[in-house]
Design a protein around this ligand. Structure first.
Ligand SMILES: [Zn+2]
Length: 331
């Protein structure tokens, strides 16, 4: 993951100079390597014979524990279930452990992922810890959505933003992991350029789900599939992904309608063409905003099924408007 090198070097310089903050907020798109960066920093702080460039030795007892995932001074704070909130009790348990002396007499590191999953009480509880830091502790907060964190928390963290790597570098890295170049380009596009996300998409069969979502959208548009039933089917694990794909297709369609290139994948272009030819661009913009808002509000406790239903009903109505336009236009 050579695109992380510049960030690794920056963090290592800070470590060597003894200027590490008590709290570090690493932000960046999903799949860009935030967690790997946090782990590397933790390893360089916990290894007993770390090299000057921050590389852990891989030989000492600490490295052994780290490799086994059982180092007592590396703590993780994650939701109890994927997609759920991090609760105040979890934060209290973590801070309790942080205040104890380190087992190895060195640093204690806690990684919070994703930090934006902390609910309000949890964030308030963490804030107290940030206000009264203890020596030799490092809290690392990871998030793809820094705006969701309270400003009071952000302002107490040193911030590091990880950018999406250069496309060629990302593609080369994926190819080095054994992916064909065409696949690498496609998955990188689906992952908005984030290499680890691209690899994850390639490994799970989310492309199958993506095809299915596109077919469903076309069917809802054509009136052969009920929007409410479709919304039910979209609930669950791939909800965020489905909305993300939909937004990307809407953006594709807007670009295409405004004289840009059709989507990169011919099957997608073929499915979207009829829609692009008939719908009003302003409606596409409008829907694209609605889908973005829905993506931002997922997990905020609003009724997700209602949101999905509204969006799909709006989409089905676009077809009615489009057919009206076509009839009027062809008169
Ligand atoms: Zn070591």
């Amino acid at each position: 993951m050579e695109w992380l090198q510049q960030y690794r070097e920056r963090l290592n310089r800070t470590r060597v100079q003894g200027r590490l903050p008590h709290a570090l907020l690493i932000s960046g798109q999903e799949g860009v390597g935030k967690r790997a960066l946090a782990e590397q920093l933790a390893h360089s702080l916990l290894c007993q014979q770390v090299a000057a460039d921050g590389q852990p030795c891989g030989q000492c007892a600490a490295c052994g524990w780290l490799q086994a995932g059982s180092h007592p001074d590396l703590l993780w704070l994650v939701p109890e279930e994927v997609g759920k909130a991090i609760k105040v009790d979890q934060v209290r348990a973590l801070t309790g452990q942080l205040f104890m002396t380190s087992h190895a007499g060195r640093y204690k590191v806690a990684i919070i992922q994703p930090a934006d999953a902390m609910n309000r009480n949890a964030a308030n509880s963490l804030l107290k810890t940030l206000e009264e830091p203890t020596d030799n502790t490092l809290l690392v907060l990871l998030t793809a959505l820094p705006g969701r964190l309270p400003a009071t928390i952000r302002s107490r963290c040193q911030q590091l933003q990880v950018a999406v790597p250069d496309a060629l570098m990302a593609q080369q890295w994926l190819q080095d992991t054994g992916m064909e170049s065409g696949q690498a380009i496609l998955y990188l596009k689906l992952a908005n350029g984030a290499p680890l996300k691209a690899r994850q998409l390639a490994e799970t069969d989310s492309v199958g789900t993506r095809d299915q979502r596109l077919q469903q959208l076309v069917a809802v548009f054509q009136g052969s599939l009920d929007p409410v039933e479709t919304a039910k089917g979209w609930m669950g694990e791939s909800e965020r992904q489905s909305l993300g794909w939909w937004r990307a297709w809407l953006e594709d369609m807007i670009r295409w309608q405004q004289g840009g290139q059709p989507p990169l994948e011919p099957e997608v272009a073929q499915k979207l063409q009829r829609i692009v030819e008939t719908v009003d661009c302003r409606q596409l913009f409008d829907l694209s905003d609605k889908v973005s808002n829905a993506l931002n509000s997922l997990g905020s406790g609003l009724n997700r099924q209602l949101i999905l239903e509204d969006l799909l009903i709006f989409w089905a109505k676009l077809a009615d408007l489009a057919s009206y336009r076509t009839r009027v236009g062809s008169r």
